[in-house]
Structures are given as structure tokens and as C-alpha cells.
Write a protein that binds this ligand. Structure first.
Ligand code: SAM
Length: 268
């Protein structure tokens, strides 16, 4: 399809970014194509894109080997513009709605990837939704503000290591695959961004184990400067640490994912 530039498309539809929807657009197709290359290959599987906005990532996804591209956009103003990307191949589906509320299993049959330049205000909530299920993607390639990307991928001892890192990495292999300066977006946000690629681990913990992991990490990082015997007091303190083979005078920030999983198991 011969399409006008993204900027011309926005102008033709009289559209400008709205702060309330967390809108910071990627208008350079070289950048969106690179993100899609990092996310793939899709090998004919479906891709769900949350928040397509003017459709820069959508265009790159439609050029890829995705079998289906399902868009979920909350801002109704963008639906007519996105409809123009339909190349009559039957691969594009557009859903107007809130990604926090949609049931992904109703949108696609079979496995799917998620690729998104996420709205910052709901990015972490969406990640936790896809991490903990009930529906989980084959892989996720997601843009976050850099600080959040670091909180997802940090390891023990890093300043950014906390609940989000433990939950994310107990369930997925997670790494930053691209950094983007604020100037890459229109309008530019106040902070830099980064793309995180997450692939679910084989043998992921069962939901009840994740729920216990959430309780342990909430208590441990709720008082991250305290020793675990004290921060985990309400969950068993020193006895819980002993059952998990963890030093009770250690602090949460030094415990690796396997250690937190042992603490979650000792909670049983
Ligand atoms: N993907 C586009 C791009 O890269 O240029 C736009 C990204 S912009 C950061 C975030 C997009 O998510 C906007 O189009 C916004 O309207 C949409 N959005 C915000 N909250 C949403 C939600 N809860 N569900 C679905 N889309 C949402």
C-alpha cells in the first residue's frame, strides 16, 4: 500500500496528541520497523498491539510475518485513521477499548505476541496483567520509560531491583533491547524510554505460587532497608527465612529470584 507519512496522516485527520491518554508518538518508520524486527519473527502467529495511535508500529507489523494484527485503542479519534491501514488481506482487526479490561482470549485464537509503545500511565499494570495471566503472550516487546524498564530487568544489588524485577523475572526472561531518547517521540515525554523484550520461562510458577511470591516481595521490599527477619515478621520472620535457607539478617535487595521463590514456597 502506498501510504502518506504518519505526520501527513495525523494532519489530514486533524489529530493532536492528548496527555490524558499518555500519547507520545513514534513517527519515524525506521524506528518502528526496528522495534518490530526485535520483537519477531512471528512466524504467522497473531500480534496484539495496544495503543496503536497514528499506526507507526502497526504499519511495521503489517509488513512483518504476523498472521494477524489485532489493535486495541482506547482513543476513539484514531479508529478511522487506523481503518485506512486495512490492506484487505483480512489480517487487521481493530478493537476500540481499554486494554486493561479486554479479554485477550476473546480477540485471538491460539498463541499471540504483544508489541506496544505503551501509555506510561498504565504500562506497569498491563505488564502485570500479561505476566500473571490468565492470558499470557508468547512474548512481549514493550516500550516503557527507561526507569521502569530498569525496574523490570534489574538484578540483586541494583538500585532498581525490587518487586517488579522479581515478579517479572520469576515468570519471564527479560532484557532491554533498545534505548530511545525523549526526542524520538512526538511530543517528547520528560524522560527517556527503553524497549523490553520478555519471554515466558518454561515451567513458569503456578498462580498460587505467584500469589505467595507477591506477598513475600510486598513485605520484603515494603521495608527494603530492614533485615528480612524484621520485614517478613508478619509472614514468619526468622523461621520463614530458615525454612527457605535464607540468612535472616540479609536485606531484600540482595536476595535473588530463586531465593524469593524458596521464601514463597516456605510460606505454604
Ligand atoms: N503506538 C503509537 C506510537 O508508537 O506512535 C502510540 C503510542 S502512545 C505512547 C500510547 C497509545 O496508547 C495512544 O494511542 C493512546 O491513545 C493509547 N492508550 C492509552 N491508554 C490506553 C488503554 N488503556 N488501552 C488502550 N490504548 C490506550
Amino acid at each position: 500500500m502506498n501510504l502518506p507519512s504518519l505526520r501527513e496522516t495525523l494532519d489530514a485527520h486533524g489529530l493532536a496528541a492528548k496527555k490524558s491518554f499518555g500519547q507520545h508518538f513514534l513517527l519515524d518508520l525506521n524506528v518502528t520497523r526496528k522495534i518490530v524486527r526485535l520483537a519477531g519473527p512471528f512466524e504467522g502467529r497473531a500480534v496484539i498491539e495496544v495503543g496503536p495511535g497514528p499506526g507507526g508500529l502497526t504499519r511495521a507489523l503489517l509488513e512483518s510475518d504476523a498472521g494477524r494484527v489485532v489493535l486495541v485503542e482506547k482513543d476513539a479519534r484514531f479508529i478511522p485513521l487506523l481503518s485506512e491501514l486495512d490492506d484487505a488481506s483480512g489480517r487487521l482487526a481493530i478493537v476500540e477499548g481499554d486494554a486493561l479490561r479486554v479479554r485477550e482470549a476473546d480477540l485471538i485464537d491460539g498463541p499471540a505476541h504483544v508489541v506496544s509503545n505503551l501509555p506510561y500511565n498504565v504500562g506497569t499494570a498491563l505488564l502485570l496483567k500479561w505476566l500473571t495471566g490468565p492470558w499470557t503472550p508468547v512474548a512481549m516487546t514493550l516500550m516503557f520509560q527507561k526507569e521502569v524498564a530498569e525496574r523490570i530487568t534489574a538484578g540483586p544489588g541494583d538500585d532498581a531491583y525490587g518487586r517488579l524485577a522479581v515478579i517479572s523475572q520469576a515468570l519471564c526472561e527479560a532484557r532491554i533491547v533498545m534505548h530511545l531518547p525523549a526526542a524520538a517521540f512526538t511530543p517528547p515525554p520528560k524522560v527517556a524510554s527503553a524497549v523490553v523484550h520478555l519471554t515466558p520461562l518454561a515451567g513458569r510458577p503456578a498462580p498460587d505460587r505467584i500469589a505467595r511470591l507477591e506477598r513475600v516481595t510486598a513485605a520484603a521490599f515494603g521495608q527494603r532497608r530492614k533485615m528480612l527477619r524484621s520485614s517478613l515478621k508478619s509472614l514468619g520472620g526468622g523461621a520463614l527465612c530458615e525454612a527457605a535457607g535464607i540468612e535472616a539478617d540479609a536485606r531484600a535487595e540482595t536476595i535473588d529470584i530463586a531465593g524469593f521463590l524458596r521464601l514463597a514456597d516456605a510460606l505454604k
